[in-house]
Design a protein around this ligand. Structure first.
Ligand SMILES: [Zn+2]
Length: 248
């Protein structure tokens, strides 16, 4: 019998009354778990098997996946459901983990980041895009792909007056190196400063960072490119919903 804290990343119906869950656990990383009877009307684990639900799980390991023996709720993050923006950004945070982690790959720092992120999101009433960029930058750094911002990632040039961002190379490149990555994106002073600030600002202090709506959108596009390249994906489903929200 195994015990660990975990957060539900994804739920799928299995047969008539069961669910197969993807759970991000503190001790064992991402796991696939069977929740038998979770759809039965009187099931004791309805709340423990919904998206965002944060639980102390008692599991046992079967041949193909884990089985939930018992679950005690720590936080259902019910407040996330009160606003469409919270749901959309929250599901994006879950999908980032779900699509970038292999099964059984533990990363306690990433687990704590997700937990802290969901807690802050539960009470948010604005500034979602700024928040998500700060989150994305921490997320990708904890995965081992922190954007390289100090000097040209290709030649080491410290002159940062005329630079572009190269998602492929994972950092800024100087004007001498522009031709080496034609897909790189021009960074003016405020974009460069904005990325730096959002990389290091704690998630609960983002109000200290001042950026125009337009610059936030630009930075978000750049960081999403950086993430997709590093996690080897062409797209994330929930990103479409974020784009839809941000364009209204
Ligand atoms: Zn260079």
């Amino acid at each position: 019998m195994l015990r660990t804290e975990g957060i539900v990343l994804k739920e799928m119906r299995y047969k008539d009354t069961s669910k197969i869950l993807s759970i991000y656990t503190k001790k064992y990383g991402k796991i696939t778990a069977m929740a038998r009877g979770a759809y039965r009307p009187k099931s004791k684990i309805i709340a423990n098997t919904q998206l965002f639900s944060y639980n102390e799980y008692q599991l046992y390991k079967g041949r193909n996946f884990y089985y939930i023996n018992q679950a005690d709720i720590i936080d259902s993050f019910y407040d996330i459901r009160e606003r469409i923006e919270r749901v959309v950004y929250g599901q994006y945070m879950l999908e980032l983990i779900e699509k970038s982690m292999e099964e059984g790959q533990e990363n306690p720092k990433l687990f704590m980041l997700l937990l802290k992120g969901l807690k802050i999101l539960s009470n948010m009433d604005g500034d979602y895009l700024k928040f998500i960029i700060a989150y994305e930058l921490k997320f990708i750094s904890f995965l081992g792909y922190r954007p390289f911002l100090n000097r040209c990632v290709l030649c080491g040039n410290e002159d940062i007056n005329n630079i572009r961002y190269s998602p492929k190379e994972g950092g800024i490149i100087c004007y001498k190196c522009f031709s080496l990555d034609s897909s790189s994106i021009y960074l003016n002073d405020s974009l460069y400063k904005g990325i730096n600030e959002l990389l290091y600002i704690p998630l609960d202090k983002i109000h200290r960072v001042q950026l125009s709506a337009e610059n936030l959108k630009r930075i978000h596009e750049i960081i999403v490119e950086h993430i997709l390249y590093n996690i080897d994906r062409n797209k994330l489903n929930t990103l479409n919903f974020i784009q839809a929200l941000e364009s209204t």
